[in-house]
Design a protein around this ligand. Sequence first.
Ligand code: XMP
Length: 319
Amino acid sequence: DWTMAEFRKTKIEEIRAQVGSGRVICGLSGGVDSAVAAVLIHEAIGDQLTCVFVDHGLMRLGEAEQVVSLFRNSYNIPLVHVDVEELFLGGLAGLTDPEAKRKFIGATFIDVFETEAKKVGGADFLAQGTLYPDVIESVSFTGGPSVTIKSHHNVGGLPERMNMQLVEPLRELFKDEVRELGRELGLPEAFVGRHPFPGPGLAIRIPGEVTKERCDILRKADAIYLEEIRNAGLYDAIWQAFAVLLPVKTVGVMGDYRTYDSVCGLRAVTSTDGMTADVYPFDAHFLTSVATRIVNEVKGINRVVYDYTSKPPGTIEWE
Ligand code: XMP
């Protein structure tokens, strides 16, 4: 019988064998996967590991603080917090094509890791929380032709010039298994149970050009949506729920005034591995109250729509 306790032991030995006395740098994205990878690797090699939290300004409300405090306070794992919002938002300016945005973000992550690796005297390995579905989906799509649907930012290897090897201890696992491993490693349930969040962050939830102003608007709408979901006791029944900010303005009326503001889309799906997904069937009353709160409380949004597309044919994220 295969258990997570055994997986943990085997992986720790494998990591030690791969790394030897080398130095490892691990990128934390705010998600469960990279956090679990970091804790596992830390258990294997201790202070040969440096964790880097790349704060690209594309996180959700309060996310950066939560991750930093989990690592520094609960685990006592040293963490370098790099504030690279300007670097990311600067490079995203003018980019509207989804793959161009993804490729820029992926390449910039690598640049940041390279810079941070130099600061700790060079690293021999880069660790990532890549999962099995990330590997598959960057190559082909279930049952479909062999084309790239999306370039997952953490798949596809490292540039030739870098003398770093990848450490990806979760590469064979599905999401539910990563959560089980996280529990096995003692991560708090509230962290392990978090909805998946993609490495490119809010950039792929803002179709069209990403700006700080649009990120701020989206962060507010997303926080209201998730707060309502939690208050209704629905968070754990949903695989992933989030708001998107559309590059479309429509006319509305608030009191005696005409408004001309952006449309916010709401998405919620159930899934077991992210490869296929069904729309979460909220009742109309719930969605109406979320829409009312968002329009009343978030300046810049005057209309809310719900996404009724399953995967396939839609993907979970909008880009
Ligand atoms: P899609 O949109 O392809 O998403 O149906 C499937 C799952 O993968 C997440 N996702 C990503 N995760 N880096 C990640 O770490 C990425 O580039 C990325 N793109 C999508 C998505 O949130 C969903 O859970």
